[in-house]
Design a protein around this ligand. Structure first.
Ligand code: WTA
Length: 630
């Protein structure tokens, strides 16, 4: 696939993509290997909604990630694996080896009865086997559901049960900096309530003692010995599901966002090549975890489709010290580096002295993703890491969008700190007001929608199409609603201002306030709770919980500890509130709705401008909350 080379080419490509989207995307799709081509490029309507790309086309994404590179790139490194401990051995896997490892594991899955359309849950550390298993699922047409290995047993069980997975892939343990966590114990606890899982295949990573159930649990290293390494691809329809990935929303349980084979493939490579301006032999590193969408699209699929060398990092940015990222960049001569603002801010706090030993001379492009990047972090990244020579690409997108939608193209689009700048070709964003009317022109602000389909957009929520319609397509008729606020400046550049719904973005992780509240409410002394986000210097947003308790004689400190542990058990450490305030009442309207707007302002220490409180059932509640802040 050819990439855009200049800003004028971007403009003309964009124009082409708007005037004739079908022709535009057909051209891109033609660069892949298809078993047979589509009979129609696009079917769509945003009411039901129904979106189909490359209708009737047949393919397998792993043929395009692996087999098609074997002719010219079989000895090229596909994956460089950097272990948690820098003293341990680095692993490099060529395209040929990756092809063989994926095929072998595909046969392991088959030997466990996995068939096209089955759902497989992956609950694993950032080791090469995670990428291998993800691709193995895709190769045989099984739908992967990767669950971030920081989620609790309960959260894991909820996701396994929702998707009715029949195989779980996990490891004995995982290393994260100085910590060692036993994943298999967590998996065992989850599996107590998961009847659908017939096999659990366990990778040996830490070597710690774990229990294996003879009728259900199998060692990875033993299973791969039992099969051969030849596995033809399963022929998939362009609109067959490729994966499910759970993400949080404003209400209810996490949603299984579903992506399909053809469109996702085309957009993953297209966006990867263009945003990062990937050139053959670039070393590319995205620091995300494969448990999130960024890891799916821009560690595994995008780079491998492009035949790139992608780095997988098992550890954390501060282990063994806060220079680890930069050490890895120098060691592997990284050209394209992609991380989250929260990591930048955390490392910024260590000062610039720590950067002295590193050259960082190989870097060309620096990416940012997951949350709005503040001006200070942008400038620090630009000056100290990019030495004012690298382009910063602030990439806006979502689990539901499958790929980057608004972003500069590296060294092509003029950047502006804190701005994601311009839509990629094929993407038609619009800003709407509270009534859903599109706001035309520049220097405007409102809610961000997309008014035309793109190939990697969400197709449905697993077994809950109604919810897909309600959440994304009902707020503004005929448009996909992102849940984000946005401004368009006088030059037409987009700046994403953050969520406008009840989703909090903590260190780039999406957390639903309702989920945290449900977790807190599991504590037997909690009567009611309300959770909001507040501005946090490192995490972007922190979690603030207002809690009403039953009368009790337990100390506040102990209660806070217990409530945090409850959330830890219900969801996982990422959802633990940063601040807890016990209150006697919550600001509610006469109809019983909590006015979160007021709670958000209080959490941010913004007491003077609380807006209209006259509709509150009991306005004195507000003063009492403010008065009792510790
Ligand atoms: C936020 C992550 C501002 C946004 C890829 C979005 C951003 C949510 C940016 C999706 C950015 C992501 N600037 N905000 N560059 N990138 N977001 O599903 O609120 O984990 O709706 O996907 O993160 O989070 P998700």
């Amino acid at each position: 696939m050819k990439k855009i080379e200049s800003f004028s080419e971007y403009q003309s490509e964009y124009q082409k993509s708007i005037e004739n989207p079908e022709l535009f995307w057909e051209e891109k799709a033609n660069t892949f290997n298809w078993v047979s081509k589509w009979n129609k490029v696009l079917n769509w309507e945003f009411q039901s909604p129904k979106v189909e790309w490359f209708v009737g086309g047949k393919l397998n994404i792993t043929e395009n990630c692996l087999d098609r590179h074997l002719k010219s790139k079989s000895n090229k490194i596909a994956i460089i694996w950097e272990p948690n401990n820098p003293k341990d051995e680095i692993i490099k896997i060529t395209y040929k080896e990756l092809h063989q490892k994926v095929s072998t594991f595909s046969n392991v899955l088959k030997s466990h009865g996995v068939r096209k359309g089955d759902r497989i849950c992956l609950y694993m550390p950032m080791v090469p086997e995670l990428a291998i298993a993800t691709l193995a699922c895709a190769r045989i047409g099984a739908v992967h559901s990767v669950v971030f290995a920081g989620f609790s047993a309960k959260a894991l069980a909820e996701r396994i049960n929702d998707a009715e997975c029949n195989v779980l892939l996990t490891s004995d343990g995982q290393y994260r900096g100085k910590k060692q966590l036993c994943l298999k114990n967590i998996a065992d606890e989850a599996l107590l309530s998961c009847d659908s899982i017939k096999s659990c295949i366990v990778l040996k990573r830490t070597g710690e003692k774990i229990s294996m159930r003879l009728d259900r649990d199998f060692w990875w290293h033993e299973e791969i010995q039992k099969v051969n390494s030849f596995c033809p691809v399963e022929v998939m329809d362009s609109e067959d599901p490729l994966f499910i990935l759970y993400t949080s929303g404003s209400t209810g349980k996490p949603k299984g966002v579903q992506h399909h084979c053809g469109g996702y493939m085309v957009y993953a490579e297209y966006s990867f090549r263009n945003v990062f301006q990937y050139e053959e032999n670039d070393i590319y590193w995205c620091t995300a975890d494969i448990g999130w969408i960024t890891g799916h699209s821009y560690i595994v699929y995008g780079p491998l489709l492009a035949g790139a060398t992608t780095i997988m990092f098992e550890g954390v940015p501060t282990y063994p010290n806060a220079g680890r990222f930069w050490d890895i960049c120098d060691k592997h001569q990284v050209n394209i580096f992609y991380t989250a603002p929260t990591a930048i801010r955390a490392l910024q706090a260590y000062g610039t002295e720590i950067l002295k030993p590193y050259s960082l001379g190989s870097l060309k492009t620096l990416g940012s993703v997951g949350e709005p990047i503040n001006e200070e972090a942008w400038q620090w990244y630009f000056k100290n890491i990019g030495k004012e020579k690298c382009a910063i690409v602030d990439t806006w997108w979502q689990t539901e969008t499958g790929g980057i939608l608004i972003s500069p193209l590296s060294h092509i689009t003029k950047t502006k700190p804190t701005y994601a700048t311009l839509p990629l070709p094929g993407i038609q964003p619009c800003i709407v007001d509270a009534d859903g009317c599109e706001i035309i022109g520049n220097d405007v602000q409102g809610n961000l929608c997309i008014k035309f389909p793109w190939p990697s957009m969400i197709r449905t929520i697993y077994r809950d199409h109604q919810r897909c319609k309600d959440v994304y397509f009902s707020t503004y008729k005929g448009k996909y609603f992102t849940g984000d606020g946005c401004r368009r400046d006088t030059d037409g550049l987009y700046r994403i201002t953050g969520r406008v719904d009840d989703v909090i973005n903590v260190s780039g992780h999406r957390i639903g306030t309702a989920e945290v509240e449900n977790g807190i409410n599991e504590h037997h002394l909690v009567i009611e709770s309300a959770v909001v986000g507040f501005t946090h210097p490192i995490k972007g947003q922190g979690i603030y919980a207002y809690i009403i308790l039953e009368k009790n004689s337990i100390s506040e400190d102990l209660l806070i500890k217990e409530i945090l542990e409850t959330v830890n058990i219900e969801i996982g450490p990422i959802a633990k509130p940063d601040k807890i305030q016990f209150v006697s009442g919550l600001p509610k309207t006469r109809s019983g709705k909590i006015m979160r707007r007021i709670l958000r302002k209080i959490a941010d220490g913004n007491f003077s401008d609380l807006g209209d409180t006259s509709t509150l059932l009991d306005p004195t509640v507000v003063n009492s909350i403010i008065y009792n802040i510790k």
